[in-house]
Design a binder for this molecule. Structure first.
Ligand code: FRU
Length: 488
């Protein structure tokens, strides 16, 4: 099986969550959950890759391997602001992770997850596990006690750790990265039956109000926006002790339910890069492009798993409520091979005259208008009849995506389900779509970052055509550019 072109995938073995994202000396570091010996989940390591441009990645030696405390589960990396004793030196990369004790898990003891750290003084090439590990044991409320995400909170001059604990996020504080004191917990609704994983918290300056607000990301395995896994977010305030929701954001949650970072099925356990220059206007994000419902059933060679294309997160306001905008990282522009203008008027159905290679690796930026009385379908397909369709109905302002016909033999029933309708407002009959295609995935961003939707798709043969259909009475206009992409 060929590799995707501009999405990260492991050289061999199994990959899940991104871990330890940090930018240092011109390189983006990506660590991730890795099982080197098989293409299914197993004893977790942290693998390591770096990239100067978020497109071309170099695989490096495994950073962290299981030890007597257990597997190495998810976590993040910070840069030490000063030396804290002999073992953590100023400017070291400090990796926080969960030690997951498999024996304890199998025997159903309640405290099999504890937090540990490791340091690197050579830019992530070699790692020393801290001799005082674990640095935070489980007090025992719930066995799920993992995925540390640490950051420096400058207003209160202390390190904060967010932790995913059962159905909630817990916050801890520390002055030296090794002694941690419990501060508070956040859950929404307070009573919920979801398992929270990979919680993280970061500030962003709202581009509309200029106010700095805090974004809390939280992944949940089984109750995402489509079948299975998904990442929800909350916007509010963090005062160095506890997180509270923005009033307008909470009103919206009460009326509409969860707000998702991505409304498709395949963006899970994502986190943001530490130490990029754009903060607090932007955060750079990457997610695991899969879903625990079928992650171990996707077609493979000797490797399995892909990351999303990196995304830029910014904060803005829609109807008074803070909203997270998601766009593809601008580096995608560096691999555009050719620019092709599109200008179409559509009354019924027709095939666009575009080069085939666009549908193997390509980018589409489309502005669609005239949707008042028309319904739009984009159908990516090939000669053997595989189809991936995106439908937009402006009357109800819903998008649905259907990959059930994209492959003859089903991977899994949950994979094949037609998407639950996704709310996307059409502004005066207009809709904008930004789409990336890379062999096994279609990533869709609507209305300039308002809604992101990520889909794995495994056609039997590569797509090579795009049909557009207008299922209404009006005329749709479609203008924009498309770009075949080239990765070498
Ligand atoms: C999320 C997750 C994390 C855990 C890791 C184990 O996908 O379940 O909570 O640390 O994967 O690989």
């Amino acid at each position: 099986m060929k590799k995707p072109g501009f999405h990260y995938s492991p050289p061999i073995g199994w990959m899940n969550d991104p871990n330890g994202l940090v930018y240092r000396d011109g390189l983006y570091h990506l660590f991730y959950q890795f099982h080197p010996d098989d293409i299914i989940w197993g004893p977790m390591h942290w693998a390591h890759a770096t990239s100067p441009d978020l497109i071309h990645w170099t695989d490096l030696a495994i950073a962290l391997s299981p030890d007597s405390f257990g597997y190495i589960f998810s976590g993040n990396i910070v840069i030490a602001r000063e030396s804290y004793g002999e073992d953590i030196r100023k400017d070291d990369l400090v990796a926080f992770f969960t030690h997951h004790d498999r024996q304890g898990f199998d025997q159903k003891t309640s405290r099999y997850e504890r937090q540990s750290l490791a340091t690197s003084s050579d830019g992530g090439e070699s790692w020393r596990k801290f001799p005082g590990n674990p640095v935070l044991g489980n007090p025992g409320e719930t066995p799920d006690f993992r995925d540390p995400n640490v950051f420096w909170h400058s207003p209160t001059q202390q390190w904060i750790m967010c932790l995913s604990v059962g159905n909630s996020a817990h916050f801890y504080r520390s002055s030296n990265l090794t002694d941690w004191e419990f501060l508070s917990a956040f859950a929404y609704p307070v009573e919920n039956d979801r398992l929270w994983e990979c919680v993280s918290l970061f500030p962003l300056r709202n581009k509309d109000t200029q106010e700095t607000q805090w974004v809390l990301l939280q992944s949940q395995t089984l109750q995402g926006p489509q079948n299975g896994s998904g990442t929800q977010y909350y916007v509010g305030h963090f005062d160095g002790n506890s997180f509270s929701l923005d009033r307008h954001f909470e009103d919206y949650l009460v009326k509409n339910g969860a707000v998702w970072l991505d409304w498709g099925p395949d963006n899970y356990a994502g986190m943001t890069w530490e130490n990029t220059a754009d903060e607090p206007e932007k955060k750079l994000f990457i997610g695991w492009m899969s879903n625990w419902m079928y992650a171990d059933k996707t077609p493979v060679a000797n490797w399995r798993g892909m990351m999303t294309f990196p995304r830029e997160l910014t904060l803005g306001t829609i109807n008074e409520r803070p909203h997270l905008f998601v766009e593809f990282a601008e580096q995608i522009g560096s691999i555009r091979k050719q620019e092709i203008n599109v200008n179409e008027s559509l009354v019924d159905r027709h095939k666009l005259d575009l080069p085939k290679e666009l549908f193997t690796q390509g980018e589409l930026e489309l502005e669609i208008s005239g949707l008042d009385n028309a319904t739009l379908t984009l159908e990516f397909g090939n000669i053997i009849g595989n189809k991936f369709t995106i439908n937009y109905d402006p009357q109800v302002e819903h998008m649905t995506v259907d990959r059930s016909l994209a492959r003859q033999n089903s991977i899994d029933d949950t994979f094949n389900d037609v998407s639950r309708p996704i709310d996307i407002t059409s502004k005066n009959g207009r809709l904008s779509l930004h789409i990336l295609i890379d062999r096994y995935s279609v990533e869709i961003i609507a209305n300039h970052g308002e809604v992101a939707m990520t889909y794995l798709v495994f056609p039997d043969e590569e797509f090579d055509q795009l049909f557009l259909s207008n299922n209404g009475t009006g005329k749709i206009n479609l203008v924009g550019q498309v770009f075949p992409l080239e990765t070498n």
